[in-house]
Design a protein around this ligand. Structure first.
Ligand SMILES: *Cc1c(COP(=O)(O)O)cnc(C)c1O
Length: 467
């Protein structure tokens, strides 16, 4: 038999499973000393739609789409079938010197779907990698090398990034990230970046609108770019939502201004849509809401519907042409073993089919409107300083006095308290510090939204009662 679990005993008893896990597995992004006493370890055996199902049968709502990867629900049969069919045909092939139909089809389809700006040459090339951070590394290296290849601007060696931004955790990606928790210890290893103020609407003060705040951030960026004229090769940002930075959202006017500034300074604009791409913000890609097109577009997470690791970097023809040369050294000599893996490409194509056949973006507009109504109820709580939403992403910022100036003492671990309460009540509500958010699979139904709302409200009450 194939596909069988080698040791059925592992499923018989969730407790045993957890004990064995803690003896053998080192978990990501986790202080392992907190398992299992501070944080429970959830033994997930199956997934179904928006549900995760523990061994023993308890259902937990996956309100964060399993680290923002899942789009159409867990174990979605059409994607599962596409992967199985592909696995019986071609599971993997080296993408240097070889090609395969799924890599070609997916590239063509992504290019057709990519953001377009009138009067600007479109994105015409797709480079494959196998996870988000690797995709960011690819985009940064491409931008840098383009100037090196040209030879007339070798001093363009720096990147501009945004404060509170996040682009992954490999060293290149960390260098353009600004979340101290992930970055600080490695700072001595990182290349130098220039950080511009974040266009974060939450930071707007004194009656300033979100658009006004974004304009101010753009003015500050303009000044920074003048100060570093000639040193910069690219600017990287997360359009519309800084996700890991706490689901902080900004007005699209910022992206318009950034596009103009990058053009004026002759530097590449890298849009990291790894988390916000594929419908999270309401449009297929976030850049569409500003009517702009980046020079490099990084995609991952939801690209395969959340089934398999894959990332792509879409590039313009002008950028691609900068690598065509008699010299091998001027080529883009970057690769990963599983670059363009056929199973992952098949999953991505199946996910794009579902967008069409189920008219996912239209359905999401309805779901997002319901989320807005429900979020407003939760946001009435006296400790919620801000309730914000862009498309299918909602966030609640919890503070001591319910204003924007007095965060809770981090030692209270308000977010963690909320998390623990929610898990007990059947919702996986993983916080970002003291920010709770909803970023559910698109298939979430009304009953599940009601559960999510009730449990979030309770979790906030429970967690903030300590303060
Ligand atoms: C998750 C994320 C990444 C990194 O992707 P990984 O696959 O986790 O390496 C990069 N950028 C953004 C905006 C992300 O949210």
């Amino acid at each position: 038999m194939t596909g069988q679990i080698h040791d059925p005993a592992i499923l018989a008893d969730g407790n045993d499973w957890r004990t064995r896990d803690l003896a053998a597995v080192w978990h990501p992004c986790t202080q392992m000393r907190e398992h299992p006493d501070v944080q429970p370890l959830l033994p997930i055996e199956r997934g179904e739609g928006a549900w995760l199902i523990e061994s023993g049968g308890r259902r937990i709502l996956d309100s964060g789409s399993s680290w923002w990867t899942n789009l159409h629900g867990h174990a979605e049969p059409r994607i599962a079938e596409a992967i199985a069919t592909q696995a019986r045909t071609l599971e993997q092939v080296i993408l240097a010197g070889c090609t395969h139909p799924r890599a070609v089809e997916l590239a063509e389809r992504l290019l057709r779907l990519a953001p377009r700006e009138p009067g600007r040459a479109p994105l015409t090339k797709v480079f494959y990698a196998d996870n988000g951070s690797a995709g960011v590394e690819v985009a940064l290296k491409m931008a840098f090398q383009w100037f090196q290849n040209r030879g007339d601007a070798p001093q363009r060696t720096k990147f501009v990034a945004l404060q509170n931004g996040y682009h992954g955790e490999t060293l290149g990606a960390l260098a353009v990230g600004d979340i101290p928790l992930y970055r600080r210890v490695y700072a001595p290893l990182l290349c130098e970046s220039v950080f511009a103020p974040s266009p974060d609407a939450y930071l707007a003060r004194d009656g300033l609108s979100a658009a006004g705040q974004a304009e101010e951030a753009a003015d500050a960026l303009a000044q920074l770019l003048d100060e570093h004229a000639g040193e910069i090769c690219a600017l990287i940002l997360e359009p519309l939502i800084q996700c890991a930075g706490g689901m902080r959202m900004h007005d699209p006017v910022y992206l318009k201004r950034v596009r103009e500034l990058c053009d004026a300074h002759g530097i590449f604009l890298i849009a990291d849509e790894i988390a916000v791409g594929f419908g999270r913000t309401g449009t297929l890609f976030a850049c569409e809401q500003a009517g702009i097109q980046p020079d490099l577009l990084c995609l991952s997470k939801g690209l395969t519907g959340g089934f398999l690791p894959l990332s792509t970097v879409l590039a313009t023809q002008a950028l691609y042409d900068g690598f065509l040369d008699a010299s091998r050294e001027r080529a883009f000599l970057h690769s990963h073993s599983y670059t363009g893996n056929p199973l992952a490409c098949a999953a991505a194509l199946a996910s794009l089919d579902i967008f069409e056949s189920d008219d996912v973006l239209a359905r999401n507009r309805g779901t997002a409107a319901k989320m807005a109504t429900l979020a407003a109820e939760v946001g009435m709580h006296r400790h919620v300083a801000d309730t914000r939403r862009t498309g299918m992403v909602v966030a609640f910022e919890l503070t001591r006095d319910g204003d924007r100036r007095t965060p809770f003492d981090p030692a209270l671990r308000v977010g963690l308290r909320a998390y623990r309460h929610a898990v007990e009540r059947g919702v996986l509500l993983r916080p970002l510090g003291d920010i709770l958010y909803w970023m559910p699979p698109y298939c979430i139904d009304d009953a599940q939204l009601q559960l999510l709302t009730a449990v979030t409200a309770e979790a906030i009450e429970e967690a903030t009662a300590c303060a």
